[in-house]
Design a protein around this ligand. Sequence first.
Ligand SMILES: Cc1ncc(COP(=O)(O)O)c(C=O)c1O
Length: 313
Amino acid sequence: MLDANRGRLWGRPDGRGLFAYPAQSNFSGVQHPLSWVELAHRHGYDVLLDAAAYAPTNRLDLRVVQPEFVCLSWYKLFGYPTGVGALLARRDALARLRRPWFAGRTIRAVSVQGDWHRSMDDESAFEDGTLNFLSIPDVEFGLRWLDAIDVDLVHTRVGLLTGWLLDRLTTLRHRTGRPLVQVYGPATGADRGGTVTFNLRHPDGSLVDERLVAREAAAAGFSLRTGCFCNPGAGEGAFGISPDSLRRRLLARIDTIDEYLGALRLPTGGAVRVSFGLASNATDAERFLAFVEATYLNRGATADSPLPPRLRC
Ligand SMILES: Cc1ncc(COP(=O)(O)O)c(C=O)c1O
């Protein structure tokens, strides 16, 4: 575990472990220092750097930052909703990994009766099944395209759009004087990427349900991600859920996310996320701000039509 304030790592005192962290949070957009890689190395850890959210709008120079493993989703670099990703690994780190099982295409030889197998010597020992070879060539075209645009330019533009939206959102006030928007994560453009996560509040301070925002935004032509973004840990931090509030006996009786939120008396378990990328422009940001102002500023809590249950986190 890393204590960023004291710059210390705790963990297995004896041997090596793996320190995994995201260069940029998919929840709050905060960027964690890349210097943690070197810090973890000094304490004997291998490092897995999750660059999935970071790489689309930031240059990552692996001559300077040298984690053992880097994972990233190529399709996110090109603005696609899904596609192939990669786990980059240093050869020496890969050679230290032992796989306790195997799957098709990862072995050189096998005997079922003899309960024996020999793994491939290279990365293919970890590549189960048939690779998505129809999509992999797209990565080369995508990288060439991104190189021609220049990722540093994308970074600058996304930084400007993010800073602008944060400035505007955080200054919106209802007539009651209460803020309309509560941002999770850095409220300025510093040390962050183009992910802006927030909840909206009514003039009395109560939360606007994120499912309602999703519905109304979709009707206005905005595609927003809402919920906890597959990052329950960051969500629990943002909503102030402490280990004390999570009694195991209580959790044992709960089956759905809505029951869980009810048991913790949380008004919402999720938030709204706006992400800027290489395709975003100033009109997108201005239109979204205008939608938020027109729809939610000074709008009191109403008995809205029933919202769908939350089916997954
Ligand atoms: C930091 C981070 N890690 C991992 C992922 C998961 O990526 P994928 O769905 O391509 O596996 C995401 C996706 O948003 C992410 O932002």
